[in-house]
Design a protein around this ligand. Structure first.
Ligand code: IPM
Ligand code: MN
Length: 354
């Protein structure tokens, strides 16, 4: 198969971890006989520095012309503490989501047997936890009307959702639930928010279409508690953009490190695959960041974009083997030997080709 991949490493540790994901992709393509071609493009702070735009038109065309986007991270501290900055790296990520129509962000939370003791939660709570967070990605407060009034002394962000937006994300979540353990948890704040009441209404109307799926509804504050109180309760969790942002960072503790969580953003145009950890500027250029989330994002790319399940599995097995063999970066080393980003990437690529 011919695979055209847009490579958008972005900022911070993005380039280092995407390099390791590319090694894994190359190894899989060698093993299974695929022809892969990469197109590099700028996004985030590096794109602002170069073009004054965090998501340049050229980057957009490259993404539109590719079969998948392999994304690193965006963000740079020089923008974080300047509320007056007219343009911010994160706008690049929001623009790419909006313009590629990536309305669904899929964030699987899994545990690795050999790492259950690295989780800040008790082993018996996390061992065996395995669920999928489905986060709506192009609506809500992130994209609703926002602004200032009263000479800048009052600010607002609007959480707005249409039935259409709610239906398409719920539909996807119901379908994932059908393929998994048929349990869907719809997370909202319907006791307070009108947008949440519409979510709940739409979800209830859709339930009869998926009679095999067991649905429950949970307020987001309670969900935040249940995620760490009994993570094994969840199978598929679906929620709006902002709640999903917060809950998935929380959920990353379950597997022991944020450096392990991969994600896929899917929707109308080219799908995008991205580690959830962000640009981690303190570690940039030090060759210490955990590349596993980026490598597992590449596995998701094979599975979700190309339907190449064996290829995805080959990557997952190599990652699991690296962790079992203790070939891990410092975030997971727990006093043992810490390997560098590139050593972990090389080991995994070699394992794929074994
Ligand atoms: C994420 C990130 C982004 C978000 C930021 C970088 C805009 O935190 O992908 O979760 O808030 O969606
Ligand atoms: Mn986030």
């Amino acid at each position: 198969m011919k695979l055209r991949i847009a490579k958008l490493p972005g900022d911070g540790i993005g380039p280092e971890v995407v390099d390791q994901a590319v090694k894994a992709v190359d190894a899989v393509c060698r093993r299974f006989g695929h022809d892969v071609q990469y197109s590099f493009a700028y996004v985030g702070a590096c794109a602002i520095d170069r073009f004054g735009n965090p998501y340049p038109e050229e980057t957009h065309s490259i993404c539109m012309d590719s079969d998948a986007v392999l994304f690193g991270a965006v963000g740079d501290p020089k923008y974080d503490n300047n509320p007056n900055s007219p343009v911010r790296p994160e706008q690049g990520l929001l623009a790419i989501r909006k313009r590629l129509g990536l309305y669904a962000n899929l964030r699987p939370v899994e545990t690795f047997k050999s790492l259950v003791d690295r989780s800040p939660l008790k082993t018996e709570l996390v061992d065996g936890a395995d669920f999928l967070c489905v986060r709506e990605l192009t609506g809500g407060m992130y994209f609703g009307e926002k602004g200032r009034k009263d000479d800048g002394n009052t600010a607002y962000d609007t959480c707005i959702y249409s039935r259409f937006e709610i239906e398409r994300i719920l539909d996807l979540a119901f379908k994932y639930a059908q393929r998994r353990h048929k349990h869907l948890t719809v997370v909202d704040k319907a006791n307070v928010l009108e947008s949440s009441r519409l979510w709940r209404q739409v979800a209830q109307e859709m339930e009869p279409k998926y009679p095999d799926v067991n649905v429950d509804y949970m307020f987001v504050d309670n969900a935040a508690m249940q995620l760490i109180r009994c993570p094994k309760f969840f199978d598929v969790l679906v929620t709006e953009n902002t709640f999903g942002d917060i809950l998935t960072d929380e959920a990353s503790c379950i597997s022991g490190s944020m450096g392990l969580l991969a994600s896929a953003s899917v929707g109308e145009h080219t799908s995008l695959f991205e580690p959830i950890h962000g640009s981690y500027p303190q570690a940039a250029g030090k060759n210490i960041a955990n590349p596993v989330a980026a490598i597992l994002s590449a596995a998701m790319m094979f599975e979700y974009s190309f339907g190449l399940m064996e290829e995805g599995k080959a990557i997952r097995e190599a990652v699991a083997a690296s962790i079992a063999a203790g070939i891990v970066t410092e975030d997971l080393a727990a006093g043992g030997k810490a390997y560098s980003t590139s050593e972990v990437g090389d080991w995994i690529a070699k394992e794929i080709n074994k």
